[in-house]
Design a protein around this ligand. Structure first.
Ligand code: NHX
Ligand code: ZN
Length: 344
């Protein structure tokens, strides 16, 4: 008899359960690569009517780091969107919209925001976006939006260009810089600052701390692991233990984390100061369109006209009821989702 079990926490298993004759083989299953994601998408779209423009390989390319469950969720969300639009088939655009929903959370269009908050959000997100665009080692900005989602008033999302197995020190530094870009834009343009950037600082600080304590990216602290003990993959090579360093080292770690953050803070401050007009154009474009995709972001940064925007309007509940009645009346005409240019 063969017994197979799965866990996300091999580190907390009792070693007794792993002895020879018990669960004696360990198979590591990482997140799917590009080929794996195409295969998983093929499985989950088997019973979904797909439009002719759907290319699973393009969807897989645009979803690096997604797990099998994430991809299943993506297919479900795309199908739900298509159903809400009264469509018989799921199109590439439904997948694109579903991806944004999965990555950034659901929009909260009903949330009331005053003009001043909206402007602050536009400056803040423009700060992230311009910083992300100008930093060479950062993942490209995929989308930026000032439509509230979950707890956030706005989001800036970047996506790696392809599957990545590890990250460089330059990437980590640029990632910290990008997280700080929002607050710095607020400070430069509006003068006064607010509580809103707490999550950005958490991300920046976590990255800086990992650089120092895990990734050996601080010259001062050296290539050492200052971490909690982890059950390693090889049982005869145990991981490091927490607190196995002196008070002096603890202070040095704190100082080094602080230094890294301030280095990036100063770098982004001068970067945004010398790109004030780009920052302003980005904030204006955001106030006008609310959401910008990669092509629109590049257009703003290259001082070009924004590409024409087609926006699909999701019908309201009342509208759907009305359409349902029309259909039941046996109308020959089946309403299609309206495509309207933005701003109208
Ligand atoms: C408030 N919320 O507290 C309002 C309602 C600075 C323009 N007055 O950094 O929305 O200020 O780039 C996860 C993610 C709380 C958890 C973000 C918990 C944000 C988001 C507070 C933009 N985008 N901040 C950002 C934001 C806010 C908050 C979060 C979270 C803002 C900022 C929230
Ligand atoms: Zn932010």
């Amino acid at each position: 008899m063969i017994i197979i079990a799965a866990t996300n926490r091999p580190d907390v298993l009792d070693p007794a359960i792993l002895r020879p004759g018990r669960f004696d083989r360990r198979i590591n299953v990482p997140r799917p690569d590009l080929g794996g994601r195409v295969g998983i998408l093929a499985v989950h779209t088997k019973k979904v009517p797909l439009a002719g423009d759907v290319d699973l390989e393009i969807i897989a390319r645009g979803s690096p780091g997604f797990s099998g469950a994430d991809l299943e969720n993506l297919v479900n969300e795309a199908a739900l969107l298509a159903a809400r639009l009264d469509k018989d088939e799921v199109s590439m655009n439904d997948f694109e919209m579903a991806k944004d929903k999965v990555l950034m959370g659901s929009e909260r269009r009903s949330m009331v925001i005053n003009e001043e908050e909206k402007k602050r959000t536009a400056w803040h997100e423009a700060g992230h976006t311009v910083t992300g665009y100008l930093l060479p080692h950062h993942d490209p900005v995929h989308k930026v939006s000032i439509i509230p989602r979950g707890p956030a008033l706005g989001v800036t999302m970047s996506l790696p260009k392809e599957d990545r197995l590890g990250y460089s020190k330059d990437w980590a530094s640029d990632r910290i810089a990008m997280a700080l870009g929002g607050r710095i834009a607020e400070e430069l343009v509006l003068g006064d600052i607010t509580t809103g950037a707490a999550d950005d600082f958490r991300q920046a600080t976590n990255l800086a701390r990992s650089m120092v304590t895990e990734w050996g990216m601080s010259e001062r602290l050296g290539p050492l692991a200052y971490l909690e003990r982890e059950e390693s993959f090889l049982p005869f090579m145990p991981g490091p233990r927490r607190g196995e360093y002196s008070e002096k080292t603890a202070r040095e770690i704190d100082e080094e984390v602080h230094r890294i953050i301030m280095e990036q803070y100063n770098r982004v401050t001068s970067l945004l100061k010398s790109n004030q007009s780009k920052l302003e154009n980005m904030a204006k474009a955001l106030l006008e369109r609310e959401t910008l995709d990669a092509a629109e972001i590049i257009a703003v940064m290259e001082d070009r006209e924004l590409p024409e925007k087609k926006q699909v309007v999701i019908p309201s509940y009342a509208e759907k009821q009305r359409r349902g009645k029309e259909k039941r009346k046996g109308a020959l005409f089946t309403p299609r989702p309206r495509e309207v240019p933005s701003g109208s």
